[in-house]
Design a protein around this ligand. Structure first.
Ligand code: FES
Length: 150
């Protein structure tokens, strides 16, 4: 099975290996991983993707001061929410990446892909109840985040 994965990647954690990204992984660039609305991660799962990898600059290197740490808090919350909804929290992962340390971005991707392959296809596709839970979590998180702005 080839899992369907979305990888949200900070534009500044740029990667020279991008041409080698496997076809089952969709890379979406964001200006800072902390600017990614966490409800989008739940939306992606609801749309049938099997896993979401978020890649941000390795602390303390964030061009927006602490966007990466903000993303870390968001991922903790997202993992709790999906677990409550009945989905494996391992389907969401945050990685720090810097191209200057000689670590391979492709290696991170492969590791995440094997985790997702081991979990199998997202059960959301077959379970209307689980889908409702994820949609409710998305809505609840959206209200929560909106309330914090006011
Ligand atoms: Fe890369 Fe913030 S600029 S994580």
């Amino acid at each position: 099975m080839s899992s369907k994965i979305v990888c949200f990647m900070c534009n500044w954690a740029f990667c020279l290996e991008e041409m080698e990204v496997p076809k089952n992984v969709n890379i979406v660039r964001v200006m800072c991983i902390g600017r990614l609305d966490p409800t989008i991660v739940l939306d992606v799962l609801a749309k049938g993707f099997d896993g979401v990898l978020m890649v941000g600059c390795k602390p303390p290197d964030c061009h927006y001061v602490e966007g990466n740490l903000q993303a870390e808090r968001a991922v903790k919350l997202l993992k709790k929410l999906v677990a409550l909804a009945g989905l494996e929290p391992e389907r969401i992962k945050l990685e720090w990446y810097t191209p200057f340390e000689g670590t391979s971005f492709i290696q991170h991707l492969k590791e995440f892909s094997s985790t997702i392959n081991a979990l199998g296809e997202s059960p959301l596709k077959e379970s209307p109840e689980l889908m409702l839970n994820i949609l409710a979590a998305t809505l609840g998180l959206g209200f929560f985040l909106e309330g914090r702005k006011n």
